[in-house]
Each structure stands twice: as structure tokens, then as C-alpha cells.
Design a protein around this ligand. Structure first.
Ligand code: 13P
Length: 255
């Protein structure tokens, strides 16, 4: 299985800028890594068009969606509306759990909705600094994994990705600290173990588990190696094609 490198552009770039950037990223030529760009919702259609008219190896992720297919949900973007525009979708990113009050139950409904239209769900989990200070990191993350994957049939598990991103290590929250690779390793092992508890050892190996949180070209390889991650989810360092390319280059050297 190829490693996954996912860029999360978050709430950056106009549709025109996003397409321009997507074209720059399209020139990256990974040999052993699958590249996914989580683009702003407003640029999804433009990016899908740009993707269709190019030979790009890039895949596209939505950063969010509403689990209702369509209907009276003003301002929302439903799963049916992103169907055909995205290959993957982020679900339960901590910025959505915190700013948009998304619950584990919402995440489970989104995972099911994504699978219903053959979009790969990327379930994001991670403890806050407060959880960690209280010694609850493992408990919180296990609960998020169990709740988020509660409705997944075991024959669909291979389509699911889980990203562990400790909230306190995400650069956008301002007070970000860098997670020690050993801490990341410990928590990725917890995620793997919880999936094993839920689905059994063999099945659990099918899920790609990523690390995210202040990943940059200098620490990317160490996170992958030490935590045995199947890939990385990158925010800030993915806004610029050069820093993202440097991360990709480090990953390509690993396998
Ligand atoms: P940073 O890489 O900016 O810390 O963001 C991580 C993240 O939230 C990716 O989804």
C-alpha cells in the first residue's frame, strides 16, 4: 500500500488561487506516495474541472460536508453535492469539532455518508492539551475512534483512513507545541489497537493511519519512521508547494 500524504489547505485561497496552486502541485511526481489535497469547499468544483483536464496524480479531498444528501440546510454542502468532486473527505477535524461543535455521532454519520457514495472517509481524532494533562489522551482517542467507526461494516474498513492529530500540536491553534515522535508513536499504536479491538487483527491492518500536527520538511521522516505512520496530514506546510515537495521528497526516500 502506498503511503498517503495529505495537504489540508484549510480556509485559504480563492477558487482562482486554489486552481493555480493545484496546477503547481500537479507537477509533483510521486513514485511511491499517494497525494491528496483537501481543498476549500468553494473551490471543489473548479478543482474537479482542473483535475479532469490534466494528467495529475493528485487526488482531491473535501474538508467537510453535511451528511444529509440534500434539503433545507441553508449554507451547508451535502454529501450528494460533493459526490463526484472528491475522492476523500476529512471528517471530524479538530477545528470542526472545536469551532463547529461536531460530535462523535456527527462523525459516525459522515463516515457512513461518505462510504455510501464511495468517498474515502478520513476520520480525524486527537486529544486536547486538557485531556492530555488529565491523563485522558488514550481514553479520549479510543472513544473517538470507536464512535467514528461504529457504523462501518468490516468489508468497507479498507476504504477508511484515520488521522491522529493531537489538538495541542496543530499550528493553527496558536499555542502549538511539537509532539515528540515517541508520543506520536504511542498514540498511533493506541489508534491501531482500538481498530484491532473493534474489527480484529487482520482487518485492522487494512486501515491507513496518519499522523498530523506541525509536520514540516525537517520532522516528516522522523514522524513516519518512529510512529510507523502510513502517511501524514499536513496543514501549514502544505500551503506552499516547495515545503510540501520537501516533505514528499523525504517520504519518497523512506520506502
Ligand atoms: P498544521 O500542520 O498546520 O499543524 O495542521 C495540521 C492539521 O490540522 C492538518 O489537518
Amino acid at each position: 500500500m502506498f503511503m498517503l500524504l495529505i495537504a489540508n489547505w484549510k480556509m485559504n485561497f480563492s477558487p482562482v488561487e486554489a486552481v493555480r496552486n493545484f496546477k503547481k502541485f500537479s507537477k509533483l511526481a510521486p513514485q511511491k506516495t499517494s497525494l491528496v489535497i483537501a481543498v476549500p469547499q468553494i473551490a471543489l468544483a473548479n478543482i474537479a474541472e482542473a483535475k479532469a483536464s490534466s494528467q495529475t496524480p493528485l487526488q482531491v479531498a473535501a474538508q467537510n460536508f453535511n451528511f444529509h444528501p440534500n434539503g433545507a440546510y441553508t449554507g451547508e454542502v451535502g454529501i450528494e453535492q460533493i459526490n463526484g468532486l472528491a475522492d476523500y473527505a476529512l471528517i471530524g477535524h479538530s477545528e470542526r469539532r472545536i469551532y463547529a461543535y461536531e460530535t462523535d455521532k456527527d462523525c459516525a454519520r459522515k463516515v457512513a455518508a461518505a462510504l455510501s457514495v464511495k468517498i474515502h472517509p478520513i476520520l480525524c481524532v486527537g486529544e486536547t492539551a486538557h485531556d492530555r494533562d488529565r491523563g485522558q489522551a488514550e481514553l479520549v482517542v479510543r472513544a473517538q475512534v470507536a464512535a467514528g467507526l461504529a457504523g462501518v461494516a468490516s468489508n468497507r474498513l479498507a476504504e477508511v483512513v484515520v488521522a491522529y492529530e493531537p489538538v495541542w500540536a496543530i499550528s493553527g491553534f496558536g499555542s502549538a507545541k511539537i509532539a515528540k515522535p515517541a508520543d506520536a508513536a504511542k498514540m498511533l499504536a493506541v489508534v491501531r489497537d482500538e481498530i484491532k479491538v473493534l474489527f480484529g487483527g487482520e482487518k485492522s491492518k487494512q486501515v491507513q493511519i496518519l499522523y498530523g500536527g506541525s509536520v514540516n520538511p525537517d520532522n516528516a521522516a522522523t514522524y513516519v519512521l518512529k510512529s510507523k505512520a502510513d502517511g501524514l496530514l499536513v496543514g501549514n506546510a502544505s500551503l506552499n508547494v516547495y515545503s510540501f515537495r520537501d516533505i514528499l521528497d523525504k517520504m519518497e526516500l523512506l520506502r
